[in-house]
Design a binder for this molecule. Structure first.
Ligand SMILES: N[C@@H](CCC[C@H](N)C(=O)O)C(=O)O
Length: 271
């Protein structure tokens, strides 16, 4: 049986989006990993599913899966893509996304960019989570990273160059992160401008990570390195991040692009 999918990306962070609103699909961690494979599958940084929402006020329930088959609580770039897709399919320019990280309002800017209210960051060690009670502003690791959760775990290293990126995989698996972590490497080029590279949990280095950009700005503000309004330049493009003093929420604005639509025979992939 053929299943339709959308292939989208946010700044080169790419997604296969499957719609389960008319019926469950036979997705397993193994089949997700096979579909995400760059040579043997469609290939993507995350596979995203859409379902009917269960939360009041939400328009769609969204789940995010890494190419290793693990599920993530948040994905900023895919959230913008889903908001764009809902708008194109239904005309709703302000869809509300239900995710494991919370119910996230979205909106469109006049120039076609999409803003997602990514909610409030969590900075208590148990919420990241970390394996022990430590100050999340200064983890006891070489390089002195800070940690925060945007619904998924992030650590940010403040660096002057990107030589440390090669350590991303080892850092993702450091025992201080019981659920592993996304690892960001941020170079501050002034209080309103950050250059960021991210090694994503379960995916490796990607061209961009939306939740990673939010967490990096939050950590930079907490360190006194950034203003609450900060442009983040990633390998794949630019995100605008605002950590609102009024609401405590992080607003992320950037593009969402459809690469193509297709059909796939899920049964042809190992389950
Ligand atoms: N690409 C994402 C983050 C995807 C999930 C992450 N790898 C995790 O496991 O938490 C983004 O744009 O935020």
């Amino acid at each position: 049986m053929l299943t339709s999918f959308y292939k989208m990306h946010g700044l080169g962070n790419d997604f296969v989006i499957l719609d389960e609103r008319t019926g469950d699909l036979p997705l397993t961690p193994g089949r997700i990993a096979a579909l995400a494979h760059r040579r043997r599958g469609i290939g993507c940084d995350q596979l995203v599913t859409l379902r009917a929402p269960t939360a009041d006020g939400a328009d769609v329930l969204v789940r995010f899966f890494n190419p290793d088959g693990s599920e993530a609580g948040a994905c900023g770039n895919a959230s913008r893509c889903v908001a764009d897709l809902v708008w194109r399919c239904s005309g709703n320019a302000t869809p509300v996304l239900q995710t494991r990280a919370g119910v996230l309002p979205t909106s469109r800017t006049p120039d076609g960019l999409i803003t997602v209210d990514m909610g409030a960051p969590r900075t208590h060690w148990q919420d990241v989570p970390l394996a022990m009670a430590v100050d999340t502003l200064h983890l006891p690791l070489p390089g002195d990273p800070a940690a925060a959760s945007m619904g998924n775990p992030h650590a940010t290293f403040f660096v002057s160059d990107f030589g440390m990126v090669a350590q991303g995989d080892a850092l993702e698996h450091d025992p201080i992160f019981p659920e592993r972590a996304n690892i960001g490497f941020a170079r501050m080029d002034g209080p309103h401008h950050m250059r960021l590279k991210v090694h994503e949990r379960g995916a490796g280095v990607t061209e961009a990570c939306g939740s990673g950009a939010c967490a990096a700005v939050v950590n930079a503000v907490r360190r006194g390195l950034a203003a609450r309004t900060c442009t983040v330049e990633l390998d794949g493009g630019t995100l605008h991040i605002v950590w609102s003093e009024q609401t405590g929420h992080v607003l992320m604005t950037g593009s969402a692009t459809t690469a193509f639509e297709g059909t796939v025979d899920l049964a042809a992939y190992p389950s």
